[in-house]
Design a protein around this ligand. Structure first.
Ligand SMILES: Cc1cc2nc3c(=O)[nH]c(=O)nc-3n(C[C@H](O)[C@H](O)[C@H](O)COP(=O)(O)O)c2cc1C
Length: 189
């Protein structure tokens, strides 16, 4: 019996990053885990731009929302991009490129935590700035940025974020989001 649930439980959206460099082989394993994710028709619709050098890191940092100031300490920032056409597009308008990316990013985060690192995906950034800085064609969707790095001290975090580093996991009761055999969800929430 494996203990994958324990490993999954280790992942939290921590923000206290250390500036210490992450060895290339560790980054390599984390990204291999990302690419091992399943995807619709095995399309592998994810594209990862790895910012590890000063100039590239600064380009991503410039695009962060104010509330994501804590990401500036992370030594690795991943730009996750896709195009709807890269993924399965079903006749009833279901689109799978972004879904594929989500599966890959969760793999990435779990591998990072299993290596003793933090990995935190965010939506708070200006995607146009990211595209302009790197010359990424307009057709791409910059679906998330992921900060990767070793745990650091909390000195640079604001009070709310310091508190969140130690907060218990906050989830809806499972009965609100999981139904067995009968649909019981309302259209309101
Ligand atoms: C798609 C996505 C976008 C997120 N955007 C941000 C963000 O911009 N800033 C931030 O501090 N955290 C962000 N988070 C982290 C979530 O707030 C966090 O995962 C959630 O509160 C649950 O906490 P946990 O991951 O520790 O269980 C994001 C997470 C996801 C999956």
């Amino acid at each position: 019996m494996g203990h994958l649930l324990d490993e999954i439980g280790q992942r939290r959206a921590f923000r206290a990053f250390n500036e210490k460099k992450v060895p290339e082989e560790v980054i390599g394993r984390i990204m291999t885990a990302a690419t091992y994710a399943p995807s619709c028709f095995n399309n592998q619709s994810w594209r990862f731009l790895m910012a590890t050098e000063r100039e590239a890191l600064d380009k991503v940092r410039d695009a962060l929302s104010i509330g994501n100031y804590w990401m500036k300490k992370a030594p690795v920032l991943v730009v996750v991009a896709t195009k709807p056409e890269f993924g399965c597009q079903m006749s009833d308008h279901r689109e799978y490129a972004i879904f594929d990316c989500g599966l890959a990013v969760e793999n990435l985060m779990l591998q990072a935590f299993s290596e003793g690192l933090f990995a935190h995906a965010v939506a708070g950034y200006d995607p146009l700035k990211v595209k302009q800085a790197f010359g990424i064609p307009d057709e791409f969707i910059i679906i998330t940025l992921v900060a990767i790095g070793y745990p650091g001290d909390e000195g640079h975090l604001n009070e709310k974020h310091k508190e969140l580093e130690h907060s218990p996991r906050n989830r809806k009761p499972e009965s609100e989001v999981i139904a067995y055999n009968r649909w019981h969800f309302t259209i309101d929430q």
